[in-house]
Each structure stands twice: as C-alpha cells, then as structure tokens.
Write a protein that binds this ligand. Structure first.
Ligand code: GLU
Length: 311
C-alpha cells in the first residue's frame, strides 16, 4: 500500500536517527537507505541526528562507526554532527535544554505525573514473565523502544487521575529531579494515522500502550520526548524508520498534540528478520555491516542481499 513519493517542491526534510549502542546491521542498512532515497528523490535535505542520550548504552566509538558504515554504504547527509547546520547541535546528548523546555510545557499543561514505581514494582504488578511482551530476541527483557510495558496505573491512581500541580512559578517546574515522569494517555482513545508505506494504522491508548515515561529518574529524557522535540525543532517533514516503532509513533502523536506542534508524515519500513524469523538486533554480529564488509560484501550485496528475509 505504498503511496507516491513526496513532491520535489515539498521542502522535504528527512532524518537519520541512529542510536550508537552497537554496530549497524543489514536491517539498519535497508531502513537508512530508504531514508536516504526518500530525501534524494525529492531533492530534499537529510539530517543526521545522533541519538546518544543514554549514557549506559551509547558509546562514542559506536557513533563513529555508524557514520563510517553509512558513508561506506553510499549514504550522504547535508546536516549533522560532522557537518554542522542551522539546527546544531546534532547530538542529542548536547540538546538537554530543548527537552527540558518540552518537559516543562507538558507539566504545566497537566499531562504528566511523577512515578515512583521501580522496574521491579512494574514486573510484580504485570504478573508472571509469560504474560509479558517478549522482545524480538525472546529474552523477555524490555530492550527495544516500543517494548515499554503497559503501565498498571499505580502512581496515576495515587494522583487521583488529576495532578495536583503547584502554582506556575513553583520550582518543581524547573527540574524533573530524581523521579520518573509519565505522560498520562487518554484511555480508550484510538490514535490513527496513515503510514505512507504500510497504510492505515490504529492503536488504542491504554490498551496497546499505557502511560509512558518522558523523563527518567536518572535524569535522561526518554526517546519519545527527545525524538518529538527534535523532529519538531529540526523541521522534519517525514519520519522514515523501522516498523518496530509504529507504536512509538502513536505515543509521539499524543506528544505533538499536547505540545501544540504539527506532526510530520510517517513512513515505516518493513523489518528484516533472520533465518529463525527473529528481528535483527545489534547482537547479530555476523550480520553487522562491519562483519559483512570484512567478508568482502559490497554495499550493493547488502542492500539487495537475500541473506535475511523481509516480513
Ligand atoms: N534512535 C532510534 C533507534 O535507533 C530510532 C529513532 C527514530 O528513527 O525515531 O532505534
């Protein structure tokens, strides 16, 4: 159900938004190639934004490797950490002030509540591991962005569903402090959008996803918040990314709405899976671009390879 590519006069702005948590693999190569193609077809601008917010998982060496691997594939961008540009800095780790501003706006408009639940509390509330969402790797660990478990509502109930916010000048608005902050989703509301590649999509708030974290207790803004704040600030007109992030798109649509920002168009790429039908992850070292390149494969082989199959 693919639609026509955007028109050349659209002022198209796309982005590559890798997380430097490991080496890129075939799945990334194909998604990023699509991002590049969509921008190139329109004579649009492509931005490289390094999503290096999580200090526990991101490494500068991986960020360098991502840039090198994408250049090797033949992908080029016009703005980025290596090029500069009107929306610098292009490293999320240097854009905290922008995320804080978004967090403050959400808090002031009563969309957030502080959450004191630990990961263990959530696991207990959600029941036995077999009832939980499994990751593509089957490990039962919530290690992808879309895997955030349905929040059981503990701290939302405690707030009585209506945050008791202090006056607008109170210091609570200045800093998120050492607590998690969640976005209160409109339970039962269907979030619908037409994906430019996969067609109509529909997710129900409170069923397909719950109150999600926008700011972590360790001081790190969440992917959902940072991504929306940056895509809006950088004037992105179309977000192209993997279909594993469809549910995140639904969450992000709620953030755009709450922040009063126009949402971009969406184009989600089908995922690449391995021979066992598992989604590729950075742990599939044998399918990393580095390993394949060392084995003598060319960018053309990788982009047209029938090594892993698509679903
Ligand atoms: N940084 C995210 C990831 O690597 C992708 C973000 C996006 O494209 O929205 O999974």
């Amino acid at each position: 159900m693919a639609s026509a590519p955007p028109s050349p006069s659209s002022g198209y702005r796309g982005r590559l938004a890798p997380s430097p948590t490991g080496y890129l693999h075939v799945g990334h190569a194909r998604t990023f190639w699509t991002v590049f193609q969509r921008a190139r077809e329109t004579g649009g601008t492509l931005i490289m934004r390094m999503e290096d917010l999580d200090p526990d998982r991101c490494r500068p060496a991986y960020a360098d490797a991502v840039l090198e691997d994408l250049r090797w594939l033949g992908i080029r961008w016009q703005e980025g950490p290596d090029k500069g540009g009107p929306f610098a800095p292009y490293l999320q780790s240097k854009r905290r002030a922008i995320y804080l501003e978004a967090w403050r706006k959400l808090l002031r408009t009563g969309r957030l509540f502080p959450c004191r639940c630990s990961r263990k509390d959530l696991e207990t509330a959600l029941g036995a591991p077999h009832e939980r969402v499994q990751t593509a790797g089957g490990g039962g660990k919530f290690d992808t962005l879309d895997d955030e478990p349905l929040y059981p509502g503990t701290c939302r109930r405690f707030m009585g569903g209506t945050p008791q916010l202090p006056g607008p000048t109170a210091s609570v608005y200045e800093d998120p402090g050492g607590t998690n902050w969640r976005f209160r989703v409109p339970d039962g509301e269907a979030i619908e959008f037409v994906d430019r590649n996969l067609g109509p999509q529909r997710f129900v708030a409170g069923v397909d996803f719950g109150d999600f974290v926008v700011w972590r207790r360790d001081g790190v803004p969440s992917y959902q918040l940072a991504c929306v704040a940056d895509d809006a600030a950088m004037g992105i007109t179309e977000v192209v990314r993997g279909a594993d992030l469809l549910k995140s798109t639904a969450r992000q649509i709620l953030l755009y709405r709450a922040l009063g920002l126009p949402a971009p168009a969406w184009y989600h790429c089908r995922l690449v899976v391995d021979h066992n039908g598992r989604r590729l992850a950075k742990r599939h070292d044998a399918l990393s671009l580095r390993a394949l390149r060392q084995r003598g494969l060319t960018p053309m082989n990788i982009l047209s390879a029938d090594l892993p199959v698509e679903v």
